[in-house]
Design a protein around this ligand. Structure first.
Ligand code: TXA
Ligand code: MG
Length: 316
């Protein structure tokens, strides 16, 4: 059920129910981060394996020490620069955070969302919210209340906060030996992070223990087969008599072979393309196509995050 009634969401969360909430990145499936049975509901609804930890959302930087301890200077600098915003930090957890939230890890993923409704909500409850993206495990993340509603039973309460301004999940950064480690490309371009952290390393599978689902090779996937290429028109020719959809950066293609096509930013803005990506994938996936051909994005700024998500969507 979609609602704009904040009070209704607060009541449900206080009763340890799961509620879908808007954030600036994607919608989250939220519950009381300090209550084990509330968190169990989130995993069950999403059909998410218990080894995949959740992100904890706090109302402001001042609440960080409630959930995290031994916070490195670099993490403080990042939080001060990017919060509220789409940056998740992996930090040592406090006793207050139940193991189920972190899937047994000693670190907790934490961020302050930059969305007026989410912040209003967090200000009116007495606990942080653990929230993974509000999509069934492995499928495309939701960037509107409608996307969430279509993916779950109607008895799930969805707090409508409009379309997500960023449209891609948060960038996830951890720390090792006083260096930043990238766990997931996200809504903040790597170039921006590096300005604060200096050189960073990329998390290896040994760092991701247990596995991070957002970094599983198959994730963020539409049901329709998807191919990624920098030569869309040539690839189309391999599939005669198929219903083809195209996901393009700036320019549409003039070809009778294409059944349905979407451009993500006619002006060529990677930020705008990022905002529109998941909505376009949801739409393409609803058109009864045989396949989707996606254009490879420039390997810079948010183009890196878009290419990362497209690559994971192509995996079988
Ligand atoms: O933008 C976002 O980050 C959205 C909104 C709702 O905040 N949330 C989101 O959550 O994308 P989710 O569950 O779809 O992705 C969380 C990612 C996963 O890849 C998970 O493995 C990783 O965070 N993660 C959480 N806790 C972790 C930990 N302690 N160590 C390593 N990775 C962790
Ligand atoms: Mg997710």
């Amino acid at each position: 059920m979609i609602t704009t009634n904040l009070e209704q969401a607060i009541i449900a969360l206080n009763q340890n129910q799961a509620v879908a909430i808007p954030t600036e990145t994607v919608y989250g499936l939220a519950a009381n981060a300090f209550n084990k049975s509330a968190i169990e509901k989130v995993y069950a609804l999403k059909n998410r394996p218990l080894y995949n930890p959740l992100i904890v959302h706090i109302r402001s930087y001042d609440y960080l020490t409630l959930v995290a301890k031994d916070i490195p200077e670099m993490a403080i600098a990042l939080a001060k620069k990017f919060w509220p915003g789409p940056l998740t930090l992996l930090l040592n957890k406090t006793e207050l955070v139940p193991d189920i939230v972190t899937a047994g890890n000693s670190t907790v993923a934490v961020r302050v969302p930059n969305h007026i409704v989410a912040l209003e909500l967090l200000n009116q409850i007495s606990f942080p919210l653990a929230a993974p993206s509000a999509n069934p495990f492995g499928s495309i993340s939701p960037t509107s209340a409608k996307h969430v509603q279509l993916a779950f039973d109607d008895d799930l309460l969805v707090l409508d906060g409009g379309e997500c301004e960023r449209g891609l999940e948060s960038t996830i950064i951890g720390f090792k030996n006083n260096q930043a480690v990238l766990y997931r490309h996200g809504s903040i371009a790597l170039e921006e992070i590096v300005k604060v952290t200096g050189a960073l390393t990329f998390a290896t599978s040994a760092d991701k223990n247990p596995i991070s689902p957002g970094t599983l090779s198959k994730h963020y996937a539409p049901k329709t087969d998807i191919y990624i290429t920098n030569r869309v028109e040539e690839l189309m020719k391999i599939f005669p008599n198929k219903k083809i959809g195209a996901l393009l950066f700036k320019q549409k293609i003039k070809s009778p072979m294409i059944n349905f096509q979407v451009t993500l930013s006619e002006s060529g803005s990677l930020e705008e393309a990022a905002t529109n990506l998941y909505a376009a994938l949801h739409e393409l996936d609803s058109k009864g196509l045989d396949l989707i051909i996606a254009e490879q994005f420039p390997d810079e700024g948010l183009g890196k995050t878009i290419n990362d998500r497209l690559a994971r969507a192509t995996k079988k």
